[in-house]
Design a protein around this ligand. Structure first.
Ligand code: C2O
Ligand code: CU
Length: 621
């Protein structure tokens, strides 16, 4: 017997399902709700106002609502394993056969599971380096597989797909300049357990349903090892990638990147952390070892059986939804975990691995903390903060000081919700430590790249195209589709300014593979004027990036109605890479473009832009 216990939106949605099942004509209920929630944005606004209690519960027979792609069908269903249930509503028992009901994860008991810390991946021997056969490099073999693991003490094990048998997968650890080889082995089933949309580019019905390609986000890797979205592997296949790690200490992460189904593969659990250390950072004596902990944050929607629910639209043959927030906030694989800490300083590497949710993090009591690193390594100096916003794929490394808090509790919050509890232990004996007693005032030098170094500025629009009902149907970069010829083709070792002109109503986190960049500024502009005749009319002064955005970045928040400018040097390798929005639903629906780093010789030869029909890899060096 399932009981109806959810609140707010979840309950309304359940009532729709129940009405349908009880044979109550759904049209009236449905259109009533549809009238109430016309667009994705209104819906999201409502969902956010309701404290993030999310999106949908529903029935496999395509009732219920949420932002569908079909005009006039503001409805969505949650799809997946179907289970027979009965429920009691007003004394009447209703058969919910074939339905799945959403779990209101906010009602789970808080802080009963310890925070898991992903294991460090062990290497499986050595193999010769692709660049120098006499040099042996550490070799790792990482299998992707399906398994079940409980996200909370009171939930049944959840079916997931992970690397190395866990979600997040094992943490890769290496040093700057220490290359390594990873054999990514696809041992997944042949059938996807989440709703594949075959109308999306790259996920057509003639493609294998389960395809994977691992990408190390933030890595400066040769193109053939970067995890190009079309270079996927099917179950039973594997591929060896080479990561030279010729880059500064930083918190990278690896995740799936398969064309048209990245959102599903990552939602299923295919991601993990990848840490690079270096001697300059080690010399700073920051908290290390057991006091240096990655915290991977993501949100999920679950059903009452504790299984993943990925929302779908009302259209059976086009289940894609453009964005959603799950109501279960997961930290390293657990919902509402706790971590016992010593009364001392800790370094936490926060990573937003969510499909579409941004996190607005703070500590209880508005306690200050210091951010010391961003996407690609340390900041120039620590920045004192009381809250930190991380968009999907962004990293924030922070120092939290629990000194003097013996026996107390401090919670990490997302907006108004406590999502992780730190339990400060009582100090048993004075610490013996080589750690610096104060945080260094200077972490490293990050010279600002002068704008005069740029040889080219590219204006690139970000847009969303809605249907008549206001549902977002497709998102584009520079109004271009994935398949169109390559238009971004910077020359190797040259510096460019990329200006993201956001015409859409929401922020998009834009990510470039291969490179690191600096954020120059964000400047409001007149969207109407731009839409009328493509004239860029500024509506106010440029806003400088915040102090914690002044380090090296690989993902930048492009705000609506703003031109966000970055300056980037295309270093490392020539070849084909991608740039895209890191809202995974957007990335899967055309908000991703290939780009080529070209050799200077090709410019002189006056070569035309390369087609994107077949990728051509060029090796350099
Ligand atoms: Cu985090 Cu193109 O990826
Ligand atoms: Cu986007």
């Amino acid at each position: 017997m399932a009981t109806i216990a959810a609140t707010g939106i979840a309950q309304d949605l359940e009532l729709v399902s129940l009405a349908r099942c009880a044979g109550i004509p759904s049209a009236s209920t449905h259109s009533g709700l549809q009238g109430m929630l016309k667009t994705r944005r209104q819906f999201l606004a409502l969902a956010r106002a309701a404290g993030g209690v999310a999106l949908a519960s529903g029935v496999a027979s395509r009732t219920s609502l949420v932002f569908g792609r079909q005009a006039g069908a503001a409805s969505a269903t949650l799809h997946g394993m179907e289970q027979a249930q009965t429920a009691t509503l007003g004394g009447t028992t209703v058969n919910l056969a074939g339905q799945r009901q959403m779990l209101n994860a906010m009602t789970l008991t808080r802080f009963v599971d310890p925070l898991p810390i992903p294991a460090i991946a062990p290497s499986d021997g050595t193999r010769p380096s692709p660049g120098n056969r006499k040099l042996q490099l550490p070799y790792y073999r990482i299998e992707m597989s399906e398994f079940a693991a409980a996200l909370h003490r009171d939930l049944a094990p959840t079916r997931q797909w992970g690397y190395g048998g866990s979600v997040p997968g094992p943490t890769l650890e290496t040093r700057s300049g220490q290359g390594l080889l990873i054999e990514w082995v696809n041992k997944l089933p042949r059938k996807h357990f989440l709703p594949v949309d075959h109308t999306l580019h790259g996920a057509e019905a003639d493609k294998p349903e389960v395809r994977t390609v691992a990408h190390v986000h933030g890595a400066k890797a040769p193109p053939e090892s970067d995890g190009y979205p079309e270079s996927w592997q099917t179950p039973g296949q594997s591929r060896i990638s080479y990561y030279p790690n010729e880059q500064d200490s930083s918190t990278l992460w690896y995740h799936d990147h398969a064309m048209g189904i990245t959102r599903l593969n990552v939602f299923a659990g295919l991601f993990g952390a990848f840490i690079i250390r270096d001697p300059a950072e080690q010399a700073l004596n920051l908290p290390g070892g057991a006091f240096d902990i990655p915290i991977v944050l993501y949100d999920r929607t679950l059903d009452r059986e504790g299984q993943l629910l990925y929302p779908v639209s009302a259209a059976a043959d086009a289940p894609f939804v453009s964005e959603f927030y799950g109501n279960a906030i997961v930290c390293n694989g657990k919902i509402f975990p706790y971590l016992e800490v010593q009364p001392r300083r800790y370094r936490f590497r926060l990573l937003n691995a969510a499909n579409g949710r941004y996190f607005h993090l703070s500590l209880t009591g508005n306690r200050p903390f210091h951010q010391i690193g961003s996407d690609l390594g340390l900041l120039q100096s620590p920045v004192e903060l009381r809250s930190l916003v991380l968009f999907p794929a962004e990293r924030g490394e922070v120092i939290v000081d629990f000194t003097g808090l013996d026996g107390q509790e401090v919670q990490l919050r997302n907006d108004a919700d406590d999502i992780l509890q730190f339990r400060v232990l009582k100090q048993e004996q004075p610490q013996i430590s080589t750690e610096a007693t104060a945080l260094p005032a200077m972490l490293r030098s990050i010279p600002r790249t002068p704008e005069s170094q740029s040889v080219r500025e590219r204006l690139l629009t970000l847009s969303e195209h809605d249907d008549a009902a206001g549902n977002s149907m497709q998102m584009l970069l520079n109004e271009s589709h994935w398949d169109m010829p390559v238009t971004e083709n910077p020359v190797l070792d040259s510096t460019e300014i990329w200006s993201f002109v956001n015409l859409a109503g929401d922020a998009h986190p834009v990510h470039l593979h291969l490179v690191r960049f600096q954020v120059l500024d964000r400047r409001p502009f007149d969207v109407f004027a731009y839409n009328a005749d493509k004239s860029l009319v500024y509506a106010g002064p440029a806003v400088a990036p915040a102090a914690n955005e002044l380090g090296w970045k690989d993902t930048v928040r492009a705000d609506p109605g703003m031109v966000t400018r970055i300056i980037v040097k295309f270093e490392g390798y020539a070849g084909r890479y991608v740039w895209h929005c890191h809202l995974l639903e957007h990335e899967d629906n055309e908000m991703m473009r290939p780009y080529d780093v070209i050799l200077p010789a090709r410019v002189n030869a006056g070569a035309r832009p390369a087609s994107n029909k077949k990728q051509a890899w060029r090796r350099t060096q």
